[in-house]
Design a protein around this ligand. Sequence first.
Ligand code: IMP
Length: 432
Amino acid sequence: MPLDIVIGTQWGDEGKGRVVDLFAENSHLVARYNGGDNAGHTVTVADKIYKLHVIPTGVIHPQTFCVLGNGMVINPGTVIEEMDMLRSTGVEINPARLMISDAAQLITPGHRLLDRAQDAALGKNQIGTTGRGIGPAYVDKAARSGLRVGEILDRHSFPDRLRAHFTDINKRLSALYSQPEIDVEKYTAEYLEKAESLRPYIKRIGPEIQTALKMGKTVLAEGAQGSLLDLEQGTYPFVTSSCTTAAGVFSGLGIGIQPVRKVVGVAKAFQTRVGSGPFPTEQAGEIASFLRGSGSKPWDEFGTTTGRPRRVGWLDLVLLRYTQEINGLTELFLTKLDILSGLEQIQVCVAYEREGRKIDMLDFSCDAKSLAQCVPVYESLPGWKEDLSLCRRWQDLPVNARAYIEAIEEKTGIPITTISVGSERTATIYRD
Ligand code: IMP
């Protein structure tokens, strides 16, 4: 009963979409367990580019059964848009292959308004959220006042629950942020219409996943965001509001830990971040422009969800070792190695210093204040000029590219089993 977990090891945008797409080929069930439409997972298949925010990327493979787990926050409008987009490209979407947990929380337009008002009110301390209402929806969940997906099924009480919710949003918008109130009846009517379309997809998901595992079928858990955005272990408070690490899989899907076969960490060959928060290896100027790209190519470093230019920097092995510890990674999938082609020298951060002294890992803390005081210690590795996009075997890679990969393995102790050198499915190197 194998459970495979795919986790982002950085601040999100590591390329988890393309990794899940590869693993999904041999999976029966693919499940998202955290977050909502703040995620942006991209998969390129021949000339088609799929950008998904809520529905698991595994849906593109016709044999998979896909689940939106109870740990998620669901915006019905985004789910419907995604269903329509997928259908228009020939992907079959029906309740026989897509299920939404009745225990997941709902995101409403009220949550989105609150999210934006709240972040704007922070002024220079803004988190830089995606504005998708993620934080406020999880706040309502923790306050035990949130709306659960399963409530949609109760035609009798759901409209009143929505009215009460929007009325409460109005109180918060006006009292806390001096924002104009919304029209409760209009918002309720519009939301009801959208939510109604989800009705056939709403189920209890725990038994479904448990049965698949008992039958020996492969279940793939698709992580969203990255480990450094984890609410507990990330660069708090500059984090998202869900559990993005492997730990979130079990509560976010309602299963035990026994079936885990592997925990695959996805790491980009360099570091990126969207939104505020510490970033010890961040670069500006020429190196930043080189790593980010101009925005003319789909894989350039601009947000899939918000279009914001991503902050970029050198690979940080201190943080990679940390995310290995908190997730129990069994292997690494290294993405976007091709982007580094053309650099004379490549820096990797191998340690941190504070006030001129090396930081012992026992003293290391990932919270924003501590991390902001860390000064990276770099090792410089020789770059390579060759275009890697057509490399398909380990031995096709230039010597210096192989040395870069081996240096990461040596300094983190995690085997790099797979490397991607382009956005297409086939641009992948498997190491035996
Ligand atoms: P929120 O999840 O919208 O509340 O945003 C909180 C922080 O997480 C912000 O810095 C966002 O930019 C970041 N974030 C949320 N989702 C993603 C993602 O999928 N990729 C990268 N960053 C993300």
